[in-house]
Design a protein around this ligand. Structure first.
Ligand SMILES: [Zn+2]
Length: 692
């Protein structure tokens, strides 16, 4: 899945990023955030030259006047402010449902939210909710019983993150839903944190081991025992990190597609009884599966042979403790925040509890709570005008494909066919998911989390062998994001992003095309980015470009990759070297940004022509063309802690706001024309890149 912004859900992430915990301090009542303006002249830094640094020009004043709030690590003008607003509106529904539910469904999500908010009960219960899992782990005496233990923990919804198992579409036959296993098992944000030889990572590793030790001590282990356990955790996680495929390599579908018979997979991992595990998680029988990362499973197998049962017990205990830490008593919460929030990401204060509980409820019961949210915040008229906008974008992309200089007619025709087959999903699902099988108890937070894990897994595994349901969504309605799915060839826009400042029925078309127009174009272009272009219109991995066109395409995507690798995510200071972007990790997103900016501009020209207006017409002192580029740039105004910038440069396939803006305008001649720049100025370089 390719999405618009950070924190995407991805089934194949190399490591799970654990969000920092939340505050258990006294809670201030949330207050309604204002609606964000679509176009903000006061954000502009008029002392900056748009032709030298357009991001600084469009966002400079906003960046100066909007420091990162203490409970955030990144603060973005559009994304953060709209997400705050959407979350507040959702909170109002949850809070009302928690005290006066009107329907059984409202009672369910109201109770889920209320259980999360009850930190007094969390503190009172202590570690009692996770003791059964600890006791099961303590009984492991022989590593040959590891699969039985892991399966048993998974069955009851305890976190076992050693690997990932789910049902997914077959990359080569998207009509089929098959089983798949992939790498996981790490606690730090990426494998690099374990294996890269640098002062910064050495120090993070040292602090991580200290943190794990403290957590074991808090759980009641003696200092010696805690230190020994932490060392075992680090040893196993480091071995798993070394055997993990990098995020950049994992972006390539051919690197994560290895169909095994069940028998061959069991031969790959004789030390771990997968048949038993599959039985425990109650998946229907199957004959073949996709082993995304065979080398990783080889290493898991070797580790089971080489690490003693004691080490595995420490590893499993850690993952239970770590995963539940934000929902355990205050001492655990604080220690977890101190390392995963403060040290790793530079977050000063924990996220307020109401905010985390709202997010958690949205994650668990999003299509239940989202129903009310949509009724209140997404009128039918908004959907109708979004349909029109998407149609205008599809037309513009068709025109763009017709005029591309590097394509032969055969490839052009295939691209047009793929474009015509893209399905659009706007706002919210036609059919809401049923939560009947999810039991929620108002006085059992950890139990709810466990039951939710089992519920979500059963839902996913239930797809095995069934026809694909094109109407399912991967994001909940209030989400400020959008995505394109390669195997579905569809673009998806939750109601949460179809709001100001992205989409504003009361503003001139230039600003709307710079906002939601570029978002739509971004998602459409994902179908044609360096990885998306490997799939045909049906969502199957199949080459549809001629060999010569494929070569020309790869030369063009390489130009983008090299360009973005030159951009800095964090500057050098003292002995700490600069952190550059990884142009190959971010290539799909950057290609989508570049394509989106170009296509939305074409669609804007068409719209203005239909209305008999000119792109040079001025509104409030800026031409329509300038307002388009400013509207686009102001989506990306942001402040970010250095720690978070460095972390995301390694883990996030999206570039930071500055480069999403400057990188895109540098590659589009119309920008230079709109601001009267001269060829050779930084935003109008002699050599620029263009794919679509
Ligand atoms: Zn994207």
């Amino acid at each position: 899945m390719n999405c618009l912004r950070i924190f995407s859900l991805t089934l194949l992430a190399a490591a799970s990023v654990v969000a920092p915990g939340f505050s258990q301090q006294s809670e201030s009542q949330p207050s309604p955030p204002p609606q964000v303006r679509s176009f903000d002249a006061s954000a502009i830094d008029k002392t900056a030259d748009p032709c030298v640094d357009f991001y600084q020009y469009a966002c400079g004043n906003w960046v100066k006047e909007n420091p990162i709030p203490a409970d955030q690590v990144r603060w973005a003008r559009s994304f953060s402010l709209l997400a705050e607003r959407n979350r507040y509106l959702l909170w109002k529904d949850l809070n009302a449902a928690a005290s006066h539910p009107k329907t059984p469904l409202e009672k369910k999500y109201g109770d889920y939210y209320a259980a999360c908010m009850n930190t007094d009960l969390v503190n009172q219960k202590g570690l009692q909710p996770i003791e059964p899992a600890f006791n099961q782990i303590a009984e492991l005496s022989d590593t040959h019983r590891l699969a039985a233990l892991v399966g048993g923990l998974a069955e009851q919804g305890d976190p076992v993150n050693l690997f990932r198992f789910n049902v997914q579409q077959d990359e080569k036959d998207s009509s089929k839903q098959i089983a798949g296993v992939s790498q996981a098992g790490l606690s730090l944000p990426d494998r690099d944190y374990y294996i890269v030889d640098s002062k910064r990572f050495e120090s993070i590793r040292k602090e991580y081991v200290e943190h794990v030790t403290k957590m074991f001590s808090l759980a009641g282990d003696s200092p010696d025992q805690a230190a020994k356990e932490a060392a075992a955790v680090m040893q196993i996680e480091t071995a798993l990190a070394k055997a993990s495929t990098s995020r950049t390599e994992l972006r390539q579908p051919e690197n994560r597609y290895h169909i095994y018979t069940l028998a061959d997979f069991e031969k790959l991992t004789p030390e771990f009884d997968f048949a038993l595990y599959f039985k425990d998680v109650k998946v229907a029988p199957f004959e073949t599966l996709n082993v995304a990362t065979p080398d990783f499973f080889k290493e898991v197998n070797e580790l089971i042979g080489s690490e003693p049962a004691e080490a595995w017990k420490s590893y499993l205990r850690w993952h239970v403790l770590h995963t539940f830490a934000p929902n355990l008593p205050k001492a655990f919460f604080d220690e977890n925040f101190s390392f995963f929030g403060k040290t790793l990401q530079g977050q000063k204060e924990p996220t307020p509890r109401w905010r985390e509980c709202t997010t958690m409820t949205d994650r668990a019961l999003g299509e239940a709570a989202g129903q009310e949210w949509v009724r209140e915040n997404f009128p039918p008229a908004a959907k109708a005008s979004m349909d029109k906008l998407v149609a205008s974008m599809e037309k513009a992309m068709g025109e763009d494909i017709k005029t591309l200089p590097w394509m032969t007619d055969a490839t052009r025709q295939a691209a047009e066919e793929k474009l015509a087959m893209i399905r659009n999903k706007i706002g919210y699902p036609e059919h809401w998911r049923s939560y009947a099988a999810l039991k929620v108890e108002r006085d059992d937070l950890i139990g709810n989390l466990r039951r939710d894990t089992v519920f979500q897994r059963n839902w996913n595994l239930g797809h095995l062998g069934k026809p694909v349901d094109e109407k399912e969504w991967d994001m909940t309605p209030p989400t400020v994001n959008a995505y394109y799915e390669d195997s579905m060839n569809d673009i998806n826009f939750p109601a949460g992003i179809l709001q100001p400042p992205f989409f504003d029925p009361n503003i001139d078309p230039a600003v709307n095309y710079g906002g939601i127009g570029v978002v739509i174009g971004h998602e459409m272009t994902h179908g044609f980015d360096d990885q998306g272009a490997k799939y045909d219109g049906k969502g199957n991995l199949r080459q549809w470009q001629t060999d010569a066109d494929k070569k020309a395409f790869e030369e063009r995507t390489s130009c983008v990759a090299d360009e973005y690798s030159g951009f800095e995510a964090a500057p050098a200071h003292g002995e700490v070297p600069a952190q550059h972007l990884n142009g190959r990790l971010t290539l799909g997103e950057n290609t989508a940004d570049n394509g989106g900016l170009r296509i939305a501009y074409l669609a804007l020209l068409n719209t203005l022509a239909d209305e008999g207006k000119s792109i040079d017409e001025k509104i409030d002192g800026y031409t329509e063309a300038q307002r388009y580029f400013l509207g686009f740039a102001q989506v990306w105004c942001q402040n970010q802690t250095e720690q978070s910038a460095r972390q995301l440069a390694l883990t996030d396939p999206h570039s930071p706001g500055r480069w999403r803006t400057n990188g895109s305008v540098q590659n589009f001649d119309e920008f230079g024309k709109a601001f009267g720049c001269k060829k050779g100025q930084p935003m109008v370089p002699e050599n620029s890149c263009r794919v679509w």
